[in-house]
Design a binder for this molecule. Structure first.
Ligand code: C2E
Ligand code: CA
Ligand code: CA
Length: 627
């Protein structure tokens, strides 16, 4: 900016300032009157001077003064200023009229001059009033704007505050949403997707695969004998093991695949890549090998294997819901095959699955249709070879399905609760049957009845046994109940109570399938069993290697140390029998001595034995040992 421009700007600003001052919107009447008073004095002075001397120049200066005062009044005070100035000039006009009348020279000139002033101030006032109005309007607008601006500022602040509140509540909502999503979709124990999320993802993956004509595989993973870990080491250790397994599995899982925790000891793996069966097999083998590495829980090392079932999309089924069922049944087949196995789904399993449903239907009417019956397998004293008693085994000869293995239908019956009815029936039949035999032959042998875990853990199991004994009149001292470890829940208390209740009735209790479970020995220490039955799998190995022989003899001596007699089941060879005798095994049961037989065969056997008088009871045999 040049100096000239600066000066020019400065001058304009000064002018505007003066005008602003002059045109102050105040319409102050008293100020206008005060100035008018000055004006009147001025007018008087003017008139006096003009009257006394006719100095033309002085008069002209005074008239200029009057004009300035008039203009100032009109500009400064507008309406009231105008009225005051008008009054002043009218006085001057009247004065001039008087002067004209007395023929004062130049009076008419002054008269016209004052008229001019009146016209000029009228015009000025008119414009001043107009600009004042505009000014007022502008002022009002300015006021409105500033109010609006203030309001806007206030509401902007409020808006900002509200925004902040909204933001923070949004964050809370988002956090809640995430938490809800997590709770609904992530398993809290393993931090893996849960059943719900897996099912949803599976639907999506199935849809995608269908659209893109791709294949994928579904793997069902179930830990073997996990229940035993839970039962012996407690749920906390069980949880720890599941977490450890989940961690290890997810470490080895390919990033493209999805691993989830289906619940309990079940995991599901979705292999999203289109792999060949062989590739899937080697992938799963790697997972299986890793799972078998022992986990350290507290101060214990635990090794758990798993059973795997695999179903392929779309080869096995184009429906994801079916796929899950198929993978599950393939996994079950792995379990049936002896656990720790990997199996692909096959159509024959589908038949199994369908048959299973039909079997359940058939089993429901089996009792009424008299399709169930009992067979008895003899048990002998190892030392003298006398008959000790019989294990009662159930059979189902279905009109529709033919002979169904008890391992199969007992599991089914356990799954749907029918085992309670079947078990009660078996116990009652056993007691009735033996009551008749006893009456007929006067014999007193033990009858060992298998009781399922589901049945044994019924709150009123002991009551049911007592009722049946009462109804049939069967001597409780001739009854033995066989239970397996799977009957034991996490807490030993109910099992203890159940065994004590049976003891009170006079019934003895055997621990069946000893050695197959995870911690048979620890159960033995905690629960008052009367007999231990070593599982057939160990007996089978006798004579095969030194280690197996050692194992069986260790079991026998350890159980004997607890003052409990031992029965070996599934004895098929003389070599096995001789070894067991050598190791002081007390009782023997197996095909070598007799297969499970019908009641009529039992009669024949008892007939044969009737002639041989000497029969020892197990109680006599072991009373010495127990003492
Ligand atoms: P378990 O209690 O271990 O029964 C012994 C099984 O071994 C019986 O099979 C018996 O026939 C078989 N066995 C005995 N000696 C030999 C042998 O020398 N060689 C061979 N190869 N096998 C032998 P079974 O009758 O098929 O019963 C299978 C399972 O079904 C039983 O195993 C038991 O767990 C269950 N079960 C049978 N009857 C009943 C019952 O009335 N109630 C319940 N809850 N379960 C039962
Ligand atoms: Ca048994
Ligand atoms: Ca057994």
């Amino acid at each position: 900016m040049t100096k000239l421009q600066k000066n020019e700007k400065g001058g304009r600003r000064a002018m505007i300032r003066i005008m602003d001052r002059v045109m102050l919107p105040g319409n102050n009447v008293s100020a206008a009157l005060k100035i008018s008073l000055v004006g009147i004095i001025y007018l008087l002075a003017e008139g006096l001077i003009m009257f006394r001397s006719a100095d033309w120049f002085l008069v002209c200066v005074l008239m200029q003064g009057q004009m300035l005062i008039s203009v100032y009044l009109a500009l400064r005070y507008i309406r009231s200023g105008y009225m005051a100035a008008l009054g002043l000039n009218i006085v001057a006009v009247i004065q001039e009229i008087h002067l004209v009348m007395i023929n004062r020279p130049n009076a008419s000139f002054f008269f016209i001059f004052y008229i001019d002033i009146i016209l000029a101030i009228s015009l000025i006032t008119y414009y001043a009033m107009r600009s004042h109005k505009i000014y007022q309007e502008a002022l009002r607008q300015k006021e409105e704007i500033s109010v609006a601006y203030y309001r806007a500022a206030v509401s902007e602040e409020q808006l900002w505050k509200k925004n902040r509140e909204l933001e923070s509540s949004n964050q809370v909502i988002n956090r809640d949403k995430q938490e809800m999503y997590r709770l609904a979709n992530i398993d809290p124990l393993t931090q893996l997707p849960n059943r719900r999320m897996l099912q949803r993802r599976l639907d999506e993956i199935g849809k995608e695969a269908k659209e893109q004509n791709r294949s994928f595989a579904l793997v069902f993973i179930d830990l073997d004998n996990f229940k035993n870990v839970n039962d012996t080491l407690g749920h906390q250790a069980g949880d720890e093991l599941i977490r450890y397994m989940a961690f290890n599995l997810s470490r080895l899982t390919h990033t493209a695949d999805m691993l989830g925790h289906f619940g309990g000891d079940e995991f599901v793996l979705i292999i999203r890549r289109a792999l060949q069966k062989e590739e899937i097999m080697s992938y799963i083998r790697r997972l299986a090998a890793m799972l078998k590495k022992p986990a350290v829980l507290g101060n214990m090392k635990i090794a758990v294997s798993a059973s795997f079932g695999i179903a392929m999309f779309p080869q096995d089924s184009p429906h994801v819901s079916e796929l899950l069922r198929f993978a599950d049944s393939a996994m079950y087949q792995s379990k049936r095959d002896g656990k720790n196995r990997i199996r692909f789904f096959e159509k024959s399993l589908l038949d199994d699955l369908m048959n299973e449903t039909k079997l359940v239907q058939g089993l429901k009417s089996a009792i009424q249709n008299r399709e169930l019956y009992l067979v008895l397998q003899p048990q002998y004293f190892a030392e003298g070879g006398e008959l000790r008693g019989f294990e009662v085994l159930i059979r189902w000869k279905s009109l529709k399905f033919g002979f169904v293995s008890p391992t199969r239908f007992v599991r089914l019956a356990e799954k749907n609760g029918m085992i309670l009815q079947i078990g009660e029936w078996a116990l009652k039949q056993t007691c009735l049957m033996m009551k008749n035999l006893e009456r007929q032959y006067g014999c007193s042998v033990k009858l060992a009845v298998n009781v399922s875990a589901v049945q044994a853990m019924e709150p009123d199991f002991v009551g049911t046994v007592a009722r049946i004994l009462n109804e049939t009149g069967f001597d409780p001292h001739h009854l033995e109940i066989e239970i397996t470890e799977t009957a034991f829940s996490n807490s030993m208390n109910p099992v203890h109570q159940m065994i004590a209740g049976l003891h009170e009735l006079g019934v003895v209790v055997a621990l069946d399938d000893f050695g197959t479970g995870y911690s048979s020995l620890s159960y033995l220490q905690q629960l008052p069993f009367d007999l231990v039955k070593i599982d057939k799998t160990f007996i089978d190995k006798i004579g095969l290697d030194l280690q197996s022989n050692q194992f069986v003899s260790t079991i026998i001596s350890m159980v004997h140390q607890m003052n409990i007699p031992v029965l070996a089941e599934g004895v098929e060879t003389e070599q096995q029998r001789d070894f067991l005798r050598l190791k002081n095994c007390d009782l023997i049961q197996g095909y070598l001595y007799g297969k499970p037989m019908s009641v009529s065969s039992v009669r024949e056997l008892l007939d044969r034995l009737k002639n041989k008088a000497t029969k020892k009871s197990i109680d006599q045999n072991f009373s010495a040992k127990k003492d």
